[in-house]
Design a protein around this ligand. Structure first.
Ligand SMILES: [Zn+2]
Ligand SMILES: [Zn+2]
Length: 233
């Protein structure tokens, strides 16, 4: 019970901190929109931290309300998010410890380390793979907290991930299917280029037996597991 109380207290304080920041960060007419968005995430420690960072830093020093958080990439507990106002979209890279803004959507991702980490050859290939803001998956409140649902593709525990989901475990090497080399080795190719190869891979996976989602696979995002256990049950 103590943990539950403590965790709720942490959430409440975090929300209050952001509520104090918002009036300094957005013009009066956007205040309600900004606060409404904040309230959507009142039980989501991850999102509250992201929102707080947004209003603390105010990327490009623009005074605009945050209205959407999207997930562009995720790997090994590192997330490339897109934080959107009604007019601008800011890349935001975050791991367990800290977040950093990486410029705006129009410029794409230029940082070579970030590109390499998410396995893009270069800025151009990133742009090709992420051609529209609308195609980026919206972050759902509490998706990092509900263990029964895959934090990435949303499948329930015991179900099969959407093919391509970064959480899916590789049945050949038990690594992350999206990032190990098994898919190339199985097909005998350097990279996956077309629908036909994808279908072939899906068939091989089917034959081998795909690994359904289980909560043990979720990225351990919240630093305080003892609080996570109890607050959202
Ligand atoms: Zn999934
Ligand atoms: Zn593998």
């Amino acid at each position: 019970m103590l943990h539950t109380k403590k965790a709720k207290e942490v959430l409440r304080r975090l929300q209050e901190e952001v509520e104090i920041l918002i009036p300094y960060a957005v013009p009066g007419e956007d205040l309600e929109v900004a606060l409404e968005f904040l309230r959507t995430f009142k039980d989501d420690q991850f999102a509250l931290g992201v929102i707080k960072d947004f209003y603390s830093i105010l990327p490009e020093a623009r005074e605009e309300a945050l209205v959407k958080i999207s997930v562009v990439e995720e790997k090994e507990r590192v997330f490339l998010l897109l934080l959107s106002t009604s007019r601008h979209h800011h890349f935001y890279l975050i791991n367990d410890e800290e977040g950093v803004f990486l410029g705006e959507w129009e410029q794409g991702i230029l940082d070579e380390h970030v590109l390499a980490f998410f396995e893009y050859r270069n800025a151009e290939s990133f742009r090709e793979a992420n051609s529209s803001v609308a195609a980026c998956r919206e972050y759902r409140p509490l998706e990092r907290m509900n263990e029964e649902i895959c934090p990435s593709c949303g499948v329930k525990a015991g179900g099969l991930h959407t093919l391509g989901c970064p959480v899916e475990v590789c049945p050949w090497c038990s690594g992350q299917l999206n990032y190990c080399n098994c898919r190339f080795e199985q097909l005998g190719v350097e990279e996956l280029n077309d629908e036909k190869e994808l279908m072939e891979l899906a068939e091989k996976l089917e034959r081998k037996g795909r690994v359904p989602y289980a909560k043990e696979q979720r990225p351990a995002f919240i630093a305080e597991p003892e609080t996570k256990e109890v607050i959202f049950k």
